[in-house]
Design a protein around this ligand. Sequence first.
Ligand code: SF4
Length: 404
Amino acid sequence: MPETPYQVLIDKDLRPAYYDDFRCLSSACRLNCCGDGWHIGFDKKDYQTIKRQKGTPELNARLEHCVRRVRSGEFAGRNYGEFVLHDGVCPLLRDGICSLQREKGEEALPKICRAFPRSESCSPSGYFERMLGLGCEGVLSLLWNLPGGVNFVSDPLPKARRRMWEPPKDQPLPPYFQEIRSVCIDILQDRRLALPERIFVMGMALRELADGEEDIPRWLARAAVLADQIEPGQFLRHDSSTLSIFLMNNANNLHLLIQGGRPSLLGLAKSLELERNPESGHFRLRRSHYLSAQARFNETLGKQEWFWENLMVTLFYNWRLPDCTSRELLWRSYVNFCNMYSIYRFLSVMSCRDGVSETKEELFRLLVIVSRALIHSTGARFLSDQMLQHDSATLAHMAILLSG
Ligand code: SF4
C-alpha cells in the first residue's frame, strides 16, 4: 500500500465515450425533464440573470412570475431561487422546448438547466469525472444504441482545473479505488457470462475485500481472472421460491421509494397494477402477471442484453462504486448495486406486461421515473439498510435479487 500521507494529482478528465455524443432530444423527448414535478433550484446569480431577461411579449409574460425565492422547506439554504411549477411543469416550457432558451440562447438558462443530465467533479479515482445521469431519455437512447458496450476516454485538464486530492487516512482501500473499480467494470463487461452472473462474480470478489483482505495488489490479480473459473449457470438458480422473494423484494423497494413522495412513482405503481396491502401499505404483484410479462420480455427487448450491461456499467461509474471509504461501506454499496439491478430488471420485465404495445417506450419511461426518484432520494440507501438490519445482505441473498 502506498505510504500515507498520500496525495493524488487530478490532472485528467474521465468520461464514457458516449458523453461526447449526447444531445438533448428537445421537443422529441416524451419524458421532458422540465415537466416532471421536481424542484428546479438555482443560486442568486442565476436568479438575477432570469429576473433581468426581456424578450417578446409572450416570453415576458412567462418570465413575470416564473421564479421565486426559496425561503423555507427542504431546499432552503441550498438554493436561492426556484422555478414556480404549474402542475409539475416549468412555466417556461412551450411545445416541448424552453421558451427562454429559444429566444435568448443557452447562456440565459440557470446552470442546472444547462447541465442536466450532465454532472462533473473531482473523484478519488484521480480523475475529473464527467457523467450523464440515467434520468434522461436521451441518455437511455445512447445506451440502447451501443451494442459494443461502454468505453471510457480521458483527456488532460487545463492547468487551472488541476487539483490535489488526499484520501482518508488509515483506510487501506481508497488509494486503490480506481484499480478496484476498473476490475469490477471489466467483470461487468465480461460477456462470457450472463449479466446477473457477472454481478454475482463481482460480489464474490468484493466479499473478500469486505472480509478484510489486506494484500490489495494480490486481490486485484485474483479478481481479474475470477470469471475465467466460472461456468455459466453455476451459481444463480431461477425457481418459484427465488421468484417469490424477488417479487416481494421489489414490491418492498418500490414502497420505500414511493415513501419519498414523488407523484410519478405513485402513478407507476398504479400502471403496474401493484396491489396494496391495506394494513401494511406494502405492494404486491401477482406472480402470473410477472411471468407473462417475462415471457414477452425474453422474446423481445430482453434479447438486447448489452443495454442492461451499459445501464449497470453507467450506474457503477456514476455512483463511484464500490465505495472504498471503508470495508463496511464497500459491501453496503455492492448491496445497493444489486438492489438497483433488481429494480431495473423488474421494471424492464414489467414494461412488456399485457396491454402495453410500445414496450421500448414504456421501458424508458419506467427506468427514467425510477432513476429520477433516486436523484432526489436516499431510497437506495434505505434498501441496503433494511437488508443489513435483517441480516439479509449476504451474497446468497444477492443471488436471489439477481435471479428475477
Ligand atoms: S430528459 Fe434529457 S432528452 Fe429529455 S428534455 Fe431533458 S435533457 Fe433533453
